[in-house]
Design a protein. Structure first.
Length: 95
């Protein structure tokens, strides 16, 4: 079994992917988690890559928050879609 070590380049990539998730791309947070999952759990961190875990944990929290928000939005509009009809439907009586 190979020894997993988090290097500075890994931390830089994790940081970039973490900030890209804030651009409206929460799936990038999932990509960040999947890419570095094994190194995050079992790897050792180099001295110059100490912030690696912060970006991976932030990606996890960001992705979970996005999933909860989208799920809540879908649930609200699927359970009672007619309650919000007046907010976005414009009735035109002159036709």
């Amino acid at each position: 079994m190979e020894h997993l070590r988090v290097e500075r380049e890994d931390a830089k990539l994790a940081k970039r992917l973490f900030y890209m998730g804030f651009l409206g791309l929460p799936l990038v947070w999932l990509l960040n988690l999947l890419t570095f999952q094994e190194k995050w759990r079992k790897g050792t961190v180099a001295e110059d890559a100490r912030d690696f875990s912060v970006y991976i944990q932030g990606s996890l929290l960001g992705f979970l928050a996005a999933v909860v928000a989208v799920t809540a939005w879908v649930a609200v509009f699927q359970i009672n879609p007619n309650a919000f009809e007046s907010l976005w439907v414009v009735a035109v009586d002159d036709w």
